[in-house]
Design a protein around this ligand. Structure first.
Ligand SMILES: C[S@@+](CC[C@H](N)C(=O)[O-])C[C@H]1O[C@@H](n2cnc3c(N)ncnc32)[C@H](O)[C@@H]1O
Length: 258
């Protein structure tokens, strides 16, 4: 554990550096939606992404949370470079997991990570208060702080680190810190070998018992034309505030996805 009391990220978790456009493609977002958010966006885990730096240009305030931020910046940057090398190796070894356009131009794709990593490093140095050292399943934010929360390439990507109970606790925590009018978006819903999470339905049932509504949304990307599955969560209390009927809100009735 570091002097901050935060556990730095385990070394087998890659500290990736995706740019804003890739975030938009993965979560089914647009720059216009980000620009119109009525409050801050949480990116947890933030990794070495360019999102916070690039979104600022849109007028969107991003708070990135990640245990890696307890480490000195040069160490984080080293881990991000290692993640880039690991991604290059994975794309070469398992091209079927990286369908077009990536296999046709992997170097160009990886250069977008290089740019994002540089943006991240400069932004962390200039705006350290927007990069918070924190480890799921506990986040140091008040209830309902964020208008939108994103969680990419962690909770389902590393099943050896996040079993069903840990996933449930982490997802509930992400919902807690998100506004009742907002959403939590989580992707991918498979591990690093492309295997789908086998307990998604029971997990959604358990979320429903905690009054968390869930949906699996298919998000088509304008960027690469692919459709991806994104888990969308929101507190069921929004329904109560809107005066919706409450008789069937618990349990399975909250699982309204495909
Ligand atoms: C593969 S990166 C994902 C970064 C970014 N969201 C993306 O999609 O590229 C995984 C990140 O999870 C962080 N991490 C590891 N354990 C964590 C935990 N318990 N809570 C939050 N973040 C964690 C790591 O430090 C690493 O930066």
């Amino acid at each position: 554990m570091s002097a901050t009391g935060i556990h730095p990220a385990p070394h087998d978790v890659l500290v990736t550096s995706r740019p804003l456009d890739e975030y938009c493609a993965l979560f089914g977002l647009t720059r216009a939606r980000l620009a119109a958010l009525p409050g801050p966006l949480l990116d947890c885990p933030g990794g070495a992404a360019g999102l916070a730096a690039e979104a600022r240009e849109l007028g969107c305030r991003v708070i990135a949370a990640d245990p890696a931020y307890a480490l000195p910046l040069p160490v984080v940057a080293d881990r991000a470079r290692a993640a880039r090398a690991a991604m290059a190796a994975a794309m070469a070894a398992r091209p079927h997991l990286y369908p077009p356009p990536h296999p046709h131009r992997p170097e160009r794709y990886l250069r977008s990570w290089d740019r994002a990593r540089r943006l991240f490093a400069a932004d962390l140095a200039a705006h350290p208060q927007q990069y918070v050292a924190a480890t799921l399943p506990r986040l140091p934010f008040a209830d309902g702080t964020f208008a939108l929360t994103l969680s990419g390439h962690l909770l389902f990507a590393y099943p050896e680190l996040f079993g069903p109970e840990s996933q449930l606790a982490a997802l509930a925590e992400l919902v807690r810190v998100t506004s009742p009018d907002g959403e939590v978006l989580v992707q991918p819903l498979c591990d690093g070998h492309g295997r789908r999470c086998g307990h998604l339905d029971p997990l959604r049932y358990a979320l429903g018992e905690r009054r968390i509504a869930s949906e699996v949304r298919r998000c088509a990307s304008a960027e690469d034309g692919r459709a991806r599955r994104v888990l969308v969560l929101r507190t069921a209390d929004r329904r109560r505030r809107a005066g919706a009927r409450q008789s069937t809100v618990a349990g399975r009735s909250l699982c309204n996805g495909q």
